[in-house]
Structure formats: C-alpha cells, structure tokens
Design a binder for this molecule. Structure first.
Ligand code: NIG
Ligand code: FE
Length: 393
C-alpha cells in the first residue's frame, strides 16, 4: 500500500457536483491518495502521515486534465500544410491522406516511439486521461495496428476507420463503408472502446455515419462523432439521435443543433486548437453553455488540423476567443472531458476517484488563461504516483 500526501494546497479545485460553484473550490486543503485512489481530503496540516509528501506551498491544485479527443498514432510531418494555410490556403481535411501514407509506411517501432513522445508531452502539461483514435490506417490490418499501439497507453481507444475514403476506394465509397462496418470493425473492435466517424461533406454523409456507428454499437462499441467542423450539416443531430457520448468540433451550429445538445445527454466537445490552426471561426461556446449544453474542451492533437498537446493552451483559447470564464474552461477540460468519455472516476478530486492531480505553479486556476504559453505545471500525480515534477522528471 502506497500513500501519497499533497499538503498545503492554497486552492483545491474538486469539481465535486452539487454545489453552486461548479469547481467546488476548497481553500487550505490537503489530499491523500492510497493505491491510486483519493482516500482523504481535509484541511492543510491535518492529514495522516504518508510514504510520500508533496508540499504544494499554497499553490493551486486541480484535477488532471481529461483530453477526450486526440489522434496520437501517426508518422510524418505536415508543417508545410500549416505554413500554406497561414499564407491563405483553406483547410479541407484532404491532408489526412498524406498522413495515412506516411503512417502506413512506418514500422510499429516508429509509431510507438512517436506515441510515447507525444504522450509524455501531454503528461508534462497536466493531462492524465487521454482518448486516442485510429484513422490514419484506413485498411483492415492498418487500423487494427494503430488501435493496438494506442491501447498500450490508454483504455480510451476509438475506431475511426470512417475518417476519410482512402485513395483505393475513391470511386466506390459505399464499398469502403461496407469494409469499415464488416471486416475492419471485426479486426478493430477487440482493441477499441469507442466508434467514431467524420460526418462532413467530403468525408462521410449522415447515412454512412449512421451505418458505421450502428455496426460499431452492435459489437459493443460506444458511439461518438466528428461533426459540423467544416460547415453546417446533420452530424450533431445524428450524434444526439444515436446517443453518442459526444459530438466533437461543433464549429458550425444551427439553433436546432444547439437545442438538440441542450436537451440531450450528448456532450459538445470543442477543439479550439483546430480553429486556431486552420484560421476558422470559433464555435459558439457561449450559446451552448447558456442553452444548458454540457461542454468539453480537448486538443484534437493531430498532425493536420491541430498539432498541440496542450490543454492549458486550449483553455486560454476558450477563455479569450470563445468567452468561457476561466472556471468554465477548466471544468470543461476536466469534468467535461470525463463526461465526454462517460467516466465518473476521473475529472474530479473526490474520495474514491482516481488520484489524478496537477499542482500548478500558480496560486489560482485563473492563471491557466491569464498566463498563456507559460509552463505552469509544477507536479503531475497520475493514479496516485508522481508522473512529472518540474525540473526533476
Ligand atoms: O479532428 N476532422 C477530421 N480529423 C482530424 C483532422 C485530421 C488531419 O487533418 O489529419 C480532426 O480535425
Ligand atoms: Fe479529430
């Protein structure tokens, strides 16, 4: 049994549900983790002795970030595409094919090394739960390989065979959808928890996405959807109708889409790194929140539309560009991400929850948006163990 104590916490963000303040902040607190779970929360200086003691020295402590949308298994670089966009080119999603080619040409060892590097990058920035999608294989064995590799770092893996129609099926997209719903799903389902599709003009239409999500659900996978990223469309409403845990992007929303999200159990996952890196309008986050929808914030870390692994950067964008309060943005990147993954054991600091905590090098969570671009992560505790300490590990 290993017990870890974080003592002398100036501001503890717990996200404990039920109160008037969604962050449910406690002051001058301490937290004890035993065997990976939070065992005790109480006043600073009042905790029992533990094997390991972290002195927060009046800093703020928050739940580890829950990044509910990434594409971390890939090879190759698309910085040229980014530079061209900044010079005026439009993002269409077509560059996905370039990453499919470089990824499929890379050996497992290269993909695993790239993944380990990016995963470490996430942890250093305070992310303790991450979802990872396939989608850069677009073949039966290729997609299964990406999921097998993703599974080595997280149980939150998503089958995204319906990311784009690959070159070899361009003249018969429905045959590709049949492949995705049949042999590809059979090969991938054992390695995935979720099924996803890119519902967008130029990718897959509503009927094709419905077929993929329904086939996935029949094999026990839970649905989620890329929707309304490049333009208005049926994706959000389809996701709500199919009971998706989340619809992601939500850049272009109608009033009907917002009503559907406000009235349903589907989380709206916003990915402002995409709008930043594709120079697109930001999603109507304020309208979503004011209508009562649950909002999550995630990075969408991928080599094309958003190559950032930094939730703090996304929080800063959400506050500055989408008019979330710092508290709303932090909640969305922790408890909101947990809701998008249908998890109750992460995204909060409550007894019994997974002991995933971040000590910020700041007195308040507001600094996450107030000091953009500054590395504010002091210590990361993941599953009750120190996973990162500034200047040490
Ligand atoms: O979430 N929207 C589709 N897929 C990714 C982009 C992938 C890429 O451009 O490589 C996304 O933005
Ligand atoms: Fe994505």
């Amino acid at each position: 049994m290993t017990a870890l104590l974080i003592d002398r916490i100036g501001e503890l963000v717990t996200n404990e549900p039920g109160g008037r303040d969604p962050l449910a902040i406690r002051r001058d607190a301490a937290v004890v983790a035993v065997d990976g779970a939070i065992a005790w929360i109480g006043p600073a200086g009042g905790a029992p002795a533990c094997d390991v003691r972290v002195d927060a020295a009046n800093r703020a402590v928050i739940p580890g970030f829950v990044d509910s949308h990434t594409h971390l298994v890939f090879a190759g670089d698309r910085s040229g595409e980014f530079a061209a966009r900044m010079a005026g080119e439009r993002y269409t999603g077509g560059g996905i094919r370039r990453t499919v080619a470089t990824t499929n040409a890379a050996p497992d060892t290269e993909l695993s090394a790239n993944l380990a590097y990016l995963h470490r990058e996430l942890i250093r920035q305070g992310t303790t739960t991450v979802e990872i999608k396939s989608g850069y294989g677009l073949g039966v064995d290729e997609e299964a390989r990406l999921l097998r590799i993703a599974r080595t770092v997280t149980p939150e893996t998503t089958f995204l065979g319906a990311h784009l129609v690959p070159d070899s099926y361009l003249d018969r997209p429905d045959a590709y959808v049949e492949l995705v719903c049949g042999p590809m799903l059979d090969a991938c389902a054992p390695h995935a928890r979720w099924v996803d599709a890119f519902c967008e003009r130029g990718a897959f239409d509503a009927d094709q996405c419905r077929a993929v999500l329904t086939a996935g659900a029949a094999q026990g996978l839970l649905p989620r959807l890329h929707a309304n990223q490049l333009g208005a469309g049926p994706g959000v409403r389809l996701g709500v109708e199919l009971g998706a845990a989340a619809v992601d992007h939500c850049t272009y929303l109608s009033d009907v889409d917002i009503d559907a999200l406000a009235g349903g159990a589907t989380v709206a996952t916003l990915l402002p790194g995409v709008e930043f890196a594709t120079r697109s309008p930001y999603p109507p986050a304020r309208r979503l929140l004011d209508a009562g929808a649950t909002v999550a914030l995630a990075t969408d870390c991928n080599p094309g539309s958003s190559f950032t692994s930094s939730i703090p950067f996304c929080i800063a964008l959400a506050v500055r560009e989408m008019h979330l309060t710092p508290a709303e943005a932090l909640w969305s990147a922790t408890a909101g991400g947990a809701a998008a993954l249908r998890r109750t054991d992460v995204g909060t600091v409550t007894t019994g929850a997974s002991a995933d905590l971040v000590v910020l090098d700041a007195p308040s969570h507001v600094h996450l948006a107030y000091r953009p671009g500054v590395p504010l992560v002091h210590t990361v505790v993941s599953n009750g163990e120190i996973a990162y300490q500034q200047g040490i590990q």
